[in-house]
Design a protein around this ligand. Structure first.
Ligand SMILES: *Cc1c(COP(=O)(O)O)cnc(C)c1O
Length: 369
C-alpha cells in the first residue's frame, strides 16, 4: 500500500468545485495583487485569531524578515531562536544584519528549551523567536516572562502551528507580532507561496503594511524604502476556501496522531511525540525518534512508505553557520536528535488503513532485527 508523505491532491479533490470557482472569480475580477480577496482573507484570518491586524505577504520567510525590520532590528543586534528549525527563522535574522543565536531544544517536546534561553541573553539581544515546531507549542508563558524581564521583543514563528493552543490561547497571540507561512504543505496551505503577519499593535501594523509594499500606502507615495512582498489574489481566494475547513482538518490530524501513537506504543525503541500539558498540538508533523532511524527510513521506503526528516542537520551544523563557530555543547540534544528523528506521513486525508499499514511496517522492522 503506497503511503505518500503528503497528499495535496486528495485535499484538492475534496474541495475542487469551490477552489476552481474561487480562482475563476479572481481572474474574472483581475484582482491579482491586493484587492478584495486579499482583504477578505486578512479579515477572516484576523477574526479567527481574535487579533486586530493581519497583513498578507509573499511567504512565511518574508513575514519574519518584515517583522524584524519593522521592529528596528539590525546590525549589532542579536536574536535568539531554536537550533532545530527551518532556516527561514535564522536567515531572516542575518538578513537584517543581526546575529542569530541558537538555543538547544528540549528533550520531550523538541521546541526551544525555555530554561536555556536566559544564558544566551546579552546586552545586544533584542528579540526571541520561539518556533512552535511540528505544531507543538513552546513554553510560551516562560518565554514571554523572560522577554518582559529583559525587555525583549517576542516574535512567534507560527509557520507550523496554525491554530495550535497554549492553555486555551492561540499560539501567535502572545508576542508583539507573529509570522505565518501558507506554503502548500503547511496545515493551512495556499497553491503557491504565501504568508502573513498578525499583530495587535496599530502603529507596527501600519509600518509592516507599507514596508511589504515598497514603503507605500498610497500609489506613488513612498514614505521609506520597502520590499515587494504581497499576498496575491489567487492565493487569498484559495486560503479563504480552506480557512473554513481548517478546524475539521486539524481534528483529523490530531486523531491520526493519536492512532499512530496507540499503535506504536512499545514498538522497538520508538519514542512517540509527547504533547505539552494544557496545550493543543496541531500535528503539522508527526515525528518519532529511534536510534535505528536510517535503517527504518530505508525499510519503510522499500515498503512504499515515504518519510522525511525535520531537520537532518541542526542549524549550527550547516555550512551557512560554520562561521559562528558554535560549540556542540550549545546544542547537545539537537545534535543527537538530528540523527534520530523521523517524520511519518501526516495529513488530514490519511486513512486509518494507511496508518495501520505504517505502524505494522514499523513493528515488522523491529521484530526482524
Ligand atoms: C515553512 C517555514 C517557514 C517559512 O515559510 P515559507 O512560506 O516557506 O517562506 C518559516 N519557519 C518555519 C518553522 C517553517 O516551517
Amino acid at each position: 500500500m503506497p503511503v505518500p508523505f503528503l497528499d495535496l491532491k486528495a485535499q484538492y479533490n475534496s474541495i475542487k468545485k469551490e477552489i476552481d470557482s474561487a480562482i475563476a472569480s479572481v481572474i474574472n475580477d483581475s484582482a491579482f495583487i491586493g484587492g478584495k480577496y486579499v482583504k477578505e482573507f486578512e479579515q477572516n484570518f484576523a477574526n479567527a485569531y481574535g487579533i486586530k491586524h493581519c497583513i498578507g505577504c509573499g511567504n512565511g520567510t518574508d513575514a519574519i524578515y518584515i517583522i524584524l525590520r519593522m521592529l528596528g532590528i539590525g546590525a549589532g543586534d542579536e536574536v535568539i531562536t531554536a537550533a532545530n528549525t527551518w532556516i527561514s527563522t535564522s536567515e531572516t535574522i542575518s538578513q537584517t544584519g543581526a546575529r542569530p543565536v541558537f538555543a538547544d531544544i528540549d528533550n520531550e517536546y523538541y521546541t526551544i528549551d525555555e530554561n536555556l534561553i536566559e544564558a544566551k541573553i546579552t546586552p545586544k539581544t533584542k528579540a526571541i523567536i520561539p518556533v512552535h515546531l511540528y505544531g507543538q507549542v513552546c513554553n510560551i508563558d516562560k518565554i514571554k516572562s523572560l522577554c518582559e524581564k529583559h525587555n525583549l521583543y517576542l516574535i512567534e514563528d507560527c509557520a507550523q502551528s496554525h491554530f495550535s493552543q497554549y492553555e486555551n490561547k492561540l499560539a501567535g497571540t502572545f508576542g508583539i507580532a507573529s509570522s505565518f507561512s501558507f506554503y502548500p504543505g503547511k496545515n493551512l496551505g495556499a497553491y503557491g507561496d504565501a504568508g502573513c503577519i498578525i499583530t495587535n499593535d496599530d502603529a507596527l501594523a501600519e509600518r509592516i503594511r507599507k514596508f511589504a509594499n515598497h514603503g507605500s500606502a498610497k500609489k506613488h507615495e513612498h514614505e521609506f524604502e520597502g520590499i515587494n512582498s504581497r499576498l496575491d489574489g489567487i492565493q487569498a481566494a484559495v486560503l479563504n476556501v480552506k480557512l473554513k475547513r481548517i478546524h475539521e482538518w486539524t481534528e483529523r490530524r490530531i486523531a491520526n496522531a493519536s492512532l499512530y501513537s496507540s499503535l506504536l506504543h512499545e514498538t522497538g525503541d520508538v519514542i512517540t511525540p509527547a504533547i505539552r500539558e494544557n496545550s493543543k498540538h496541531t500535528f503539522h508533523l508527526y515525528v518519532i525518534r529511534t536510534k535505528y532511524r536510517d535503517a527504518l527510513k530505508k525499510f519503510l521506503a522499500e515498503n512504499e512508505i515515504e518519510t522525511s526528516i525535520h531537520y537532518p542537520a541542526a542549524l549550527p551544523n550547516l555550512e551557512a553557520y560554520k562561521y559562528l563557530n558554535i560549540p556542540p555543547e550549545d546544542y547537545k540534544l539537537t545534535n543527537i536528535f538530528q540523527n534520530e528523528i523521523l517524520s511519518l506521513p501526516m495529513y488530514p486525508e490519511l486513512t486509518n488503513e494507511q496508518i495501520h499499514f505504517v505502524a505494522a511496517s514499523i513493528r515488522d522492522f523491529f521484530s526482524s532485527r
